[in-house]
Design a protein around this ligand. Structure first.
Ligand code: NAD
Length: 499
């Protein structure tokens, strides 16, 4: 055994109390769905986890009707102080059941337990605590003279951060006084259903939050439902476009959080060891299945070889395997379909003439796996420099001057996030000002906080989640329509500098 090998340290599944079958959570209780049920499986070994109900149009209708009743009869009439108490209660219950939620998330999604335990679930609790604090302060936050909720919010989320995306959607909606129908992604419904149990434990009034499972058709029925006042979507740009078309002209408010192809820019004066760590966090966190992943590394020419060499030796120490093992750094890709997409784009990278390097690691026999991969000699015109791969694949490009770095960084249809690594504070400010990205991290990457607004430009969508800005999307007035959201975007570019 070499000194880098670790004995297995699996987190126990005994804490889970899963049902064999899960129904839809409508009007405060679980009920059967009238669509065809489907299985959710573990991407690490393809084993069956549970059978999940699928919501038909009639079920979507029932969920929206329950949310409307709850809005009219209870939630919109309740004081902000009382709404806040429910949100605090939910946050505390998430903390109490944190280990169980982390194990369920890693089982269903494939992400390493150390990430779901130390990042996802603590942030979920933080989001509910944060917005709980806002619920009774809406009148004093510059949100207009008489801030009012919109009504029923239809929310559709992806599979990469299942419970965290749920929290980003539900916490501000409830704080602002809306009721919710949420659809989790079809490959990762488990933690949303455990969350429904938490809502029962919290005695949240029936119908305030409804969780309906199913595939794209269920999501489409929800966003098109005529009694939905607000649509919030996180997912791919292609589906976001379809939703924008479906919602156009209906008067529904819309926010879209879509894809990204972030530039992580390393200047030659950067602290190299920290930058290498930041590159690893930027693209290999959650197997690179992160909308704001630093998937394009822009490195100043003079330090290219040094950075790439250090990166390779660092990646050679990462451990790929069982997501429930506490020593695992790289877990499974969420689905066979996603794995095929990562493989296909990487194959295109080979064809286009980029140079592939793959970390040596044993790939388990079953499940969906892709070893950490770096492409060097990448040109801006290559598909692997333009398309979102959404996997553990880094495309390395070089630049000579700050102006060239900025031009290359902005040369993308997306505009979600970016990173800058340099020891010069003045350079951070100058470059950040010219990057067309919703979030700019400096000397750090992939840091999230409920008080920081997050969201994109261009094909990355519009509207902001998090912070006071996140409330605007759930209140009448600014922050709802496409034009209003764009104006809000222009004011809310977030720049973060690590201390
Ligand atoms: P996806 O668009 O395929 O699916 C997202 C959700 O939309 C799922 O729940 C799906 O069932 C549903 N859906 C599919 N078709 C629909 C339709 N026609 N109408 C309504 N709903 C529909 O995306 P995905 O593959 O699950 O997620 C990956 C994508 O999400 C990536 O592009 C990633 O960048 C993006 N993402 C963005 C953010 C962000 O904050 N900007 C965060 C996480 C993920």
């Amino acid at each position: 055994m070499s000194f880098l090998e670790y004995a297995p340290a699996p987190e126990s599944r005994a804490i889970l109390n899963l049902r064999d079958e899960y129904g839809l959570f409508i009007d405060g209780e679980f009920r059967a769905g009238s669509g065809t049920s489907f299985a959710t499986i573990s991407p690490a070994d393809e084993s069956h986890i549970a059978t999940i109900a699928s919501a038909s149009e009639a079920d979507v209708d029932a969920a929206v009707a329950a949310a409307r009743r709850a809005f009219d009869r209870t939630w919109s009439k309740m004081s902000g102080r009382d709404r806040g108490k429910y949100l605090f209660r939910i946050a505390r219950l998430v903390q109490e059941r944190a280990r169980e939620l982390a194990v369920a998330e890693s089982l269903d999604n494939g992400k390493p337990i150390k990430e779901s335990r130390d990042v996802d679930v603590p942030l979920v609790a933080a989001w509910f605590f944060y917005y709980a604090g806002w619920a009774d302060k809406l009148d004093h936050a510059g949100l207009g003279a008489d801030p009012r909720p919109l009504g029923v919010a239809g929310q559709v989320i992806p599979w990469n951060f299942p419970l965290l995306m749920l929290a980003w959607k539900i916490a501000p909606a409830l704080a602002a006084g809306n009721t919710v129908v949420l659809k989790p992604a079809e490959t990762t419904p488990l933690t949303a259903l455990i969350f429904a149990e938490i809502l029962q434990q919290a005695d949240l009034p029936a119908g305030v939050v409804n969780i309906i499972t199913g595939a794209g058709a269920t999501g489409a029925a929800l966003v098109r439902h005529p009694d939905v006042d607000k649509v919030a979507f996180t997912g791919s740009t292609a589906v976001g476009r379809e939703i924008a078309k479906a919602v156009a002209g209906t008067g529904k408010k819309l926010t879209l959080e879509l894809g990204g192809k972030a530039a992580n820019i390393i200047f030659e004066d950067a602290p190299i060891e920290q930058a290498v760590d930041g590159i690893v966090t930027g693209i290999f966190f959650n197997q690179g299945q992160v909308c704001c992943a630093g998937s394009r590394l822009l490195v100043q020419e003079a330090i290219h070889d040094e950075v790439v060499d250090r990166l390779k030796s660092r990646l050679s120490t990462l451990r790929l395997g069982d997501p429930l093992d506490k020593n695992t750094d790289i877990g499974a890709i969420n689905s066979r379909e996603q794995l095929e997409r990562v493989r296909e784009l990487s194959r295109i990278g080979d064809e286009e003439g980029a140079e592939r390097w793959t970390a040596e690691c044993a790939i388990p026999d079953k499940g969906f796996w892709f070893a950490p991969t770096i492409f060097t000699n990448v040109q801006s015109s290559h598909r692997i420099a333009r398309d979102e791969i959404f996997g553990p694949v880094l495309s390395v490009l070089t630049f000579r001057t700050p102006a060239e770095a900025i031009e290359k960084a902005n040369n993308t249809p997306y505009g979600l996030s970016a990173g800058i690594w340099t020891e010069k504070g003045s350079r951070i400010l100058a470059v950040a000002d010219r990057l067309r990205a919703g979030v700019v991290w400096a000397n750090t990457f992939n840091r999230f906080d409920p008080s920081s607004p997050f969201g994109g430009y261009k094909e990355s969508g519009f509207g902001r989640e998090g912070g006071r800005h996140g409330l605007l999307a759930y209140l009448q007035g600014p922050g709802g329509t496409i034009e209003q959201a764009k104006r809000v975007d222009a004011r809310s570019v977030k720049k973060e500098v690590s201390s």
